[in-house]
Write a protein that binds this ligand. Structure first.
Ligand SMILES: C[C@](O)(C(=O)O)[C@H](CC(=O)O)C(=O)O
Ligand SMILES: [Mg+2]
Length: 316
């Protein structure tokens, strides 16, 4: 009930302990606190909060328009809704090295377990698009050093992302990854790897955990957890998967509603009222204050059955 009872420090420790090479810990993305208990219940290892998704959710492209305040607020709301550790995308760190240090402190205060900071020039773009502009080595390493210096909880994970692969090739990306580790990165996010062999090369080259980005419609094929584990990947993110699934479902339902004049044919695909109430733990709040909850779900309404709206439901 209410929020997570696991403290941010405990979540950070848990993240550190789970990130071992070859573990391929799965972190599905979510843009809403409501999905966090769902991810937890399905047995995943942690939660990813995508910069692209938080921008898109605001109706914006992922080109560095969102602010530190917006990201911190939303990421904090999501982190609070789960006992799992949450890793957030901090884009280019929201400014110069001193700003990057402040970014880390804000994210620590919001209860995040870690963040990643990338070496693109602002305006940045999705790592799987062409035409990215990169900052030089010195700027990239200064960002990471500033992030490490700003951190107050030594377990807060500073992950360095390098976008260099798509611009200058794998060797350049590996060299940069090593330099970023030397600057203080606790983990590496090699963006836009072409194949499994490239993930293996990065994993072999650095002594810190490596992340694999399994974003759909990107430059990397969608490898299985087992495949990524076999080359040494420690953590896998599915950044936009739930947003794409949700938006696909919304579009299909709107088409049905528009074509049929009723949403009836789409109801069986929807999450039921009962399941939704389970996710927000109505029952838990009821044991706290019996005045809150007076809604019993008859067995027949626990299933998705079109046209079976119970009378009681409208009284809630
Ligand atoms: C991981 C990523 O940075 C994100 O913001 O989720 C994006 C994902 C995407 O746009 O598909 C990325 O740059 O890869
Ligand atoms: Mg991003």
């Amino acid at each position: 009930m209410l929020y997570s009872t696991t403290t941010p420090q405990q979540k950070r420790r848990a993240l550190r302990e789970m990130l071992v090479p070859g573990a391929a810990r799965q972190f599905p993305g979510t843009f809403t606190p409501l999905s966090a208990p769902l991810i937890e219940e399905k047995g995943f290892d942690g939660i990813y909060i995508s910069g692209a998704v938080l921008a898109n959710e605001l109706g914006l492209p992922d080109v560095g328009l969102t602010t530190l305040t917006e990201i911190t607020q939303r990421a904090g709301q999501i982190a609070r809704a789960t006992d799992l550790p949450a890793l957030v995308d901090a884009d280019t760190g929201f400014g110069e090295p001193m700003n990057v240090a402040r970014t880390v402190q804000e994210l620590e205060d919001a209860g995040l377990a870690g963040c990643h900071i990338e070496d693109q020039f602002n305006p940045k773009r999705c790592g799987h698009l062409d035409g990215k502009n990169m900052v030089d080595l010195q700027t990239a390493t200064q960002r990471i050093a500033a992030a490490a210096q700003g951190r107050r909880d030594e377990d807060f994970l500073i992950m360095a992302r390098t976008d260099l692969r798509a611009v200058e090739g794998l060797d350049a990306a590996v060299d940069r990854a090593k330099a970023l580790v030397d600057a203080g990165a606790d983990a590496i996010f090699p963006e836009a790897m072409k194949d499994l062999g490239e993930f293996a090369t990065v994993c072999d080259a650095v002594d810190v955990p490596v992340l694999a980005n399994m974003t759909e419609f990107g430059k990397s094929a969608l490898f299985t957890r087992e495949q990524l584990a076999s080359v040494g990947v420690a953590m896998v993110i599915y950044p936009v998967t739930s947003l794409r699934s949700a938006m696909g479902a919304i579009e299909r339902t709107l088409d049905t509603l528009s074509a049929d004049g009723t949403q009836e044919a789409a109801v069986s695909q929807m999450m039921t009222r009962a399941r939704l109430y389970e996710l927000v733990d109505y029952a838990g709040y009821n044991s706290f204050d019996a005045g809150i909850f007076n809604f019993e779900v008859p067995e027949m309404h626990r299933r998705n059955e079109p046209n079976t709206r119970p009378e009681e439901v409208t009284d809630v």
